[in-house]
Design a protein around this ligand. Structure first.
Ligand SMILES: C[C@@]1(CC(=O)O)C2=NC(=C\c3[nH]c(c(CCC(=O)O)c3CC(=O)O)Cc3[nH]c(c(CC(=O)O)c3CCC(=O)O)/C=C3\N/C(=C\2)[C@@H](CCC(=O)O)[C@]3(C)CC(=O)O)/[C@H]1CCC(=O)O
Ligand SMILES: NC(=O)c1ccc[n+]([C@@H]2O[C@H](COP(=O)([O-])OP(=O)(O)OC[C@H]3O[C@@H](n4cnc5c(N)ncnc54)[C@H](O)[C@@H]3O)[C@@H](O)[C@H]2O)c1
Length: 213
């Protein structure tokens, strides 16, 4: 069983060795996290070529050698050649986070199936028992947590900042946060209006509490 974390990759170098479809999937996830992606492969899938053409990644069109890992925070060995993947694993320094796509046992981390909706991230892992099931569950959750969750989460973030500024009482804040996270609130669709009403109610309650003291 692994320990789930969300890595901050902005401005950090991630080296992906291999340029096939599996590498492409990993590269897209790394870019979404803001990593500086360097790809090492003599040949690459069309969408990797396209990313290199618009300079979203650096593609070094060559076979792997150990110097390619210099400066990497994270390393993914994603070639179809076991020996090359093995060579990447051997070349990685102890501090470099390593994923080898055909050797789950030797990985420092596995990549989960992921849904992103603005700041909401849901990830599914089976620890290598069944990546196909992780994919299926991801698809099911995509239906349940649709695109509307993006704007909803953006709204919640702003509302939370306001509650932290304006409501001094910890119990009151907790009540508000839970009300905002309730499905009935989300489905109401009138977030601004409902939030204004709930916030006013909570402030009123607070005042009464102070008067009562
Ligand atoms: C979740 C996802 C994320 C991603 O890659 O982005 C991911 N694999 C995905 C899909 C997928 N992978 C494979 C199939 C074919 C069906 C099948 O074999 O079941 C499908 C399904 C498909 O493509 O439809 C084959 C496969 N995968 C691994 C091996 C090697 C081995 O087990 O030895 C082999 C055999 C290769 C061979 O046949 O030789 C290993 C790993 N794959 C992982 C992640 C890690 C464990 C994650 C977990 O279990 O939760 C781990 C351990 C390492 C890693 O890569 O981090 C992504 C779904 C993304 C999405 O759709 O949302
Ligand atoms: N972990 C996963 O999610 C997962 C899923 C399916 C398959 N796999 C495994 O991943 C492997 C890769 O799958 P794929 O479909 O992307 O393969 P692919 O054949 O499409 O791509 C392999 C890539 O490796 C590159 N390559 C070969 N030798 C190299 C070298 N010496 N240096 C640098 N790059 C080199 C090739 O140029 C090519 O771009 C499969 O063999 C399989 O074992 C893993």
């Amino acid at each position: 069983m692994g320990y789930p974390v969300i890595l901050q990759l902005r401005g950090r170098r991630a080296v992906v060795v291999g340029g096939g479809n599996v590498a492409a999937r990993k590269i897209h996830g790394l870019l979404e996290a803001g990593a500086d992606v360097v790809v090492i492969a003599p040949e690459a899938a069309p969408d990797i070529e396209a990313l290199a053409a618009k300079e979203a990644i650096v593609w070094k069109r060559k076979r792997f050698d150990p110097n390619d890992l210099a400066g990497a925070f994270l390393v993914i060995a994603a070639t179809s050649d076991r020996e090359v993947n093995e060579a990447v694993a051997r070349a990685a320094e102890p501090g470099q986070l390593l994923n080898i796509v055909d050797d789950p046992e030797r990985c420092d981390f596995h990549v989960p199936a992921v849904i992103r909706r603005g700041p909401l991230m849901i990830s599914v892992s089976t620890g290598g028992a069944s990546p196909a099931l992780a994919r299926r569950i991801r698809r099911e959750l995509e239906e349940q947590y649709g695109d509307k969750y993006g704007p909803y989460l953006e709204f919640l973030r702003q509302a939370r900042d306001m509650v932290l500024r304006e409501v001094a009482d910890a119990e009151g804040r907790k009540r508000l946060f839970r009300a905002l996270a309730a499905d009935s609130f989300r489905q109401s669709g009138r977030w601004e209006e409902e939030f204004t009403r709930l916030l006013a109610k909570e402030k009123e309650r607070n005042k009464e509490g102070e008067r009562g003291r």
